[in-house]
Design a protein around this ligand. Structure first.
Ligand SMILES: *[C@@H]1O[C@H](CO)[C@@H](O)[C@H](O)[C@H]1NC(C)=O
Ligand SMILES: *[C@@H]1O[C@H](CO)[C@@H](O)[C@H](O)[C@H]1NC(C)=O
Ligand SMILES: *[C@@H]1O[C@H](CO)[C@@H](O)[C@H](O)[C@H]1NC(C)=O
Ligand SMILES: *[C@@H]1O[C@H](CO)[C@@H](O)[C@H](O)[C@H]1NC(C)=O
Ligand SMILES: *[C@@H]1O[C@H](CO)[C@@H](O)[C@H](O)[C@H]1NC(C)=O
Ligand SMILES: *[C@@H]1O[C@H](CO)[C@@H](O)[C@H](O)[C@H]1NC(C)=O
Ligand SMILES: *[C@@H]1O[C@H](CO)[C@@H](O)[C@H](O)[C@H]1NC(C)=O
Ligand SMILES: *[C@@H]1O[C@H](CO)[C@@H](O)[C@H](O)[C@H]1NC(C)=O
Ligand SMILES: *[C@@H]1O[C@H](CO)[C@@H](O)[C@H](O)[C@H]1NC(C)=O
Ligand SMILES: *[C@@H]1O[C@H](CO)[C@@H](O)[C@H](O)[C@H]1NC(C)=O
Ligand SMILES: *[C@@H]1O[C@H](CO)[C@@H](O)[C@H](O)[C@H]1NC(C)=O
Ligand SMILES: *[C@@H]1O[C@H](CO)[C@@H](O)[C@H](O)[C@H]1NC(C)=O
Length: 595
């Protein structure tokens, strides 16, 4: 985020800093946590969690806003991209940086995971990762189990002790991935399905439901906007709540986010119809960067924008003269999505040229080892049609695996909204009837890091105290609900009476924001974005990227002191009603879809 967005929370932080230190009394926070622990098994429903971005831009075909993971014990810091297709964690192992790779390979690949340096890893075997078979991108990898925490060290992010991790060597996935799909992984040598990270968070009452909201972020809006990931709900501040398309998930769980692309048009260039052979079924998949479209559509894009396919790299490379032309033209490309093949409710997602103005790097291109490119790929057949991360720069995705439906809405680019969040929890149908669907706003945003975390904590603690006082008065009059003295919801006193006797949206365990209703994962180890070093830092006055030293300093001085709390044993979870699938899974043609 740029200086404007950063300055405002910083000023607020300065103003409120004395309050933060005055109210962050350790005993108070501990007491609230004890209350929460005692009520762990009652009806409290956890709130949605906002996973703060890493504040780095990563990838060999981006730059892309990555998210922080801590893997193993002591925690190893990894930056990963978000995969809507994977149901596991994917990391890059030491074999992922052979000696002939660039010397900063570790950093380029988002840092490596070294199982031999973790005290808690459990080896498995070598398996197919089982994603992107349709694109010819599946690969085999070492599989193992270890503790994984989302968020930087000290952020109090959600943790799962027995996560399935693929520690790969291959460059197919240049940076690791955090898989959002909740179905368990079945390893073919065992009849022993392994619950996904998402399922374990629900089982552990860390998030309220098998749902998420995600948008990829980008560098061309405002002064760079990081990606946003909410588990158990969504961030209302990131999309237009009046326009969207919502539909049921497709029955093949490997293609569950299949949607109808009814048309692609552009307001500049000719032809203006960029999907000349009519609507298609297409998979939304954040794992990969590009848009995989029919050949006729690729030809139309080539004509409209003067693109040339590079047979060697298999990318649409863009030279500087074409880049100048495309920037000056600044075409908008409109994707019309629907819940049906034709007609019905639709939503337009508009991508400006900036969304296509990306950079491809080693090992995708060599000599030179970086180039601008247009993120379009020629699909060999209809199973390959994919709206990759490029598309999710302008679209917000909400997926609900309890109800098996999903929503796509256009992002909004209001700097005030983007620099704060308004989380809405999605509760399970059998729980919403008695629970308040709690939303909460907070002015933290991904940008402001630990300082604002302290401020929000202080504000919420003050709210909690007010709430406790009010609560005491009310309980004198009213029957004590079973939930009495639960999880200290934050400053939402206007909703108190509505909440009386009902399950609360509470904070998950182990949060930094004692008493907070919404769990913001604020980094304590990251500087403000504008001070940040990144291999992909972009100079807006230049084409391409300035060479920056990725450094690897980002763990901060205290990194070692924040190793996650560990317990050796591995609880076994039941997975009621979960679909179990075998990896790999046969493909199903999109035409088979029955809407
Ligand atoms: C909550 O339930 C689990 C298992 O059902 C049990 O092990 C744990 O002790 C319970 N916690 C509390 C605080 O009662
Ligand atoms: C772990 O393995 C890597 C490479 O395989 C090696 O460089 C490193 O020294 C090992 N670490 C330990 C603690 O053995
Ligand atoms: C459940 O969540 C808590 C808090 O994040 C974490 O400490 C614990 O390890 C989790 N349990 C399992 C089995 O992953
Ligand atoms: C997991 O895969 C094995 C081997 O294909 C199969 O026998 C087993 O039934 C599968 N387990 C589940 C729960 O589907
Ligand atoms: C989708 O759009 C409908 C109609 O405008 C609106 O009622 C609904 O709240 C929107 N969904 C979300 C998640 O904002
Ligand atoms: C740049 O690329 C365009 C289209 O790919 C091509 O027509 C043009 O000749 C190239 N210009 C240079 C200087 O290579
Ligand atoms: C790329 O390959 C296609 C056929 O595979 C061929 O027609 C075309 O001339 C090649 N282009 C270049 C620039 O080599
Ligand atoms: C693309 O859309 C933006 C915002 O609506 C507008 O300002 C711009 O002029 C459009 N570009 C073209 C080429 O029409
Ligand atoms: C790219 O090439 C330049 C010079 O040829 C070299 O200094 C740099 O390390 C290379 N980077 C990568 C990622 O290969
Ligand atoms: C689609 O094309 C890919 C790549 O050529 C191929 O591997 C796959 O088998 C094809 N799928 C179908 C259903 O034709
Ligand atoms: C609510 O439904 C989910 C499945 O959608 C189930 O796993 C869960 O146990 C149910 N919760 C209660 C309290 O019945
Ligand atoms: C799923 O469907 C339910 C019921 O129609 C609707 O209320 C909800 O908004 C939908 N969720 C998504 C993410 O589309």
């Amino acid at each position: 985020m740029g200086s404007d967005a950063g300055a405002r929370p910083a000023a607020l932080a300065l103003a409120l800093l004395p309050l933060a230190s005055a109210w962050s009394i350790p005993s108070l926070r501990n007491e609230q946590r004890l209350h929460a622990r005692a009520d762990e098994n009652k009806t409290a429903i956890p709130a949605a969690i906002d996973i703060g971005p890493s504040q780095y831009w990563d990838g060999d075909d981006g730059p892309w806003s990555s998210f922080p993971l801590q893997v193993g014990t002591p925690a190893q810091n990894i930056r990963a991209l978000i995969s809507t297709q994977a149901n596991t964690i994917i990391t890059v192992g030491t074999d992922g940086c052979p000696s002939f790779y660039p010397s900063n390979c570790n950093d380029l690949r988002g840092q490596l995971f070294k199982p031999n340096e973790s005290l808690t890893w459990v080896p498995n075997s070598i398996f197919n990762i089982g994603i992107e078979q349709n694109l010819g991108m599946d690969t085999t990898s070492d599989a193992l189990f270890d503790t994984v925490v989302l968020g930087w060290q000290g952020s109090g992010g959600p943790s799962v002790q027995h996560s399935t991790v693929f520690n790969l060597a291959d460059p197919n996935y240049w940076v690791g991935a955090f898989g959002l799909r909740p179905d368990p992984a079945n390893f073919t040598t065992q009849n022993d399905p392994q619950p996904s990270f998402m399922q374990q968070l629900v089982n552990n009452k860390t998030i309220p439901s098998l749902t998420y909201g995600y948008t990829a972020g980008n560098q061309y809006r405002l002064s760079k906007v990081f990606g946003s990931l909410v588990l158990g709900g969504y961030d209302q501040n990131r999309f237009d709540g009046t326009k969207n398309v919502s539909m049921g998930m497709y029955t093949d769980i490997n293609r569950d986010l299949l949607i109808y692309l009814q048309g692609i048009t552009t307001d500049a260039g000719s032809p203006s119809n960029l999907l000349p052979d009519g609507g298609i079924s297409i998979l939304i998949d954040s794992t990969i960067a590009q848009l995989w479209l029919p050949e006729s559509a690729c030809t139309a894009f080539e004509q409209a924008f003067g693109l040339t396919y590079d047979n060697t790299s298999e990318f649409y490379l863009v030279n500087s003269s074409l880049h100048d032309t495309l920037q000056a033209q600044n075409a908008n490309v409109t994707f019309t999505l629907g819940a049906q093949q034709t007609g019905g409710s639709t939503v337009d997602i508009v991508l400006p040229y900036g969304a296509f103005d990306l950079s491809v790097k080693f090992p995708n291109v060599q000599n030179p080892n970086t180039s601008m490119y247009f993120p379009l790929k020629r699909a060999a057949n209809d199973t390959q049609y994919t709206l990759g991360r490029t598309f999710l720069q302008e679209a917000y995705l909400i997926a609900d695996y309890d109800n098996h439906n999903f929503t796509v809405a256009p992002c909004i680019w209001d700097s005030d909204k983007v620099s704060s969040s308004s989380l809405k929890s999605i509760l399970r149908a059998n729980e919403t009837s008695s629970a308040n669907n709690g939303g909460s706003s907070s002015n933290t945003g991904a940008i402001a890091g630990g300082v604002v975390g302290g401020v929000v904590g202080a504000v919420l603690i003050i709210g909690a105290i007010i709430w406790f006082l009010r609560r005491k008065k009310q309980t004198a009059k009213k029957r004590l609900a079973e939930l009495e003295a639960t999880n200290a919801p934050g400053g939402k006193s206007s909703q108190d009476s509505a909440n009386e006797g009902k399950p609360f949206i509470s904070q998950p365990m182990g949060g930094e924001l004692g008493g907070g209703e919404i769990h913001e994962l604020n980094s304590t180890h990251k500087p403000f974005a504008q001070e940040m070093e990144s291999p992909f830092k972009m100079d807006p006055n230049k084409h391409g990227y300035s060479e920056m030293d990725g450094g690897g300093e980002f763990y901060g001085p205290n990194a070692k002191n924040h190793a996650a709390e560990m317990h050796g044993d591995t609880p076994v979870f039941e997975m009621p009603g979960s679909d179990v699938h075998e990896m790999p899974t046969p493909e199903v043609r999109p035409q088979d879809r029955k809407p």
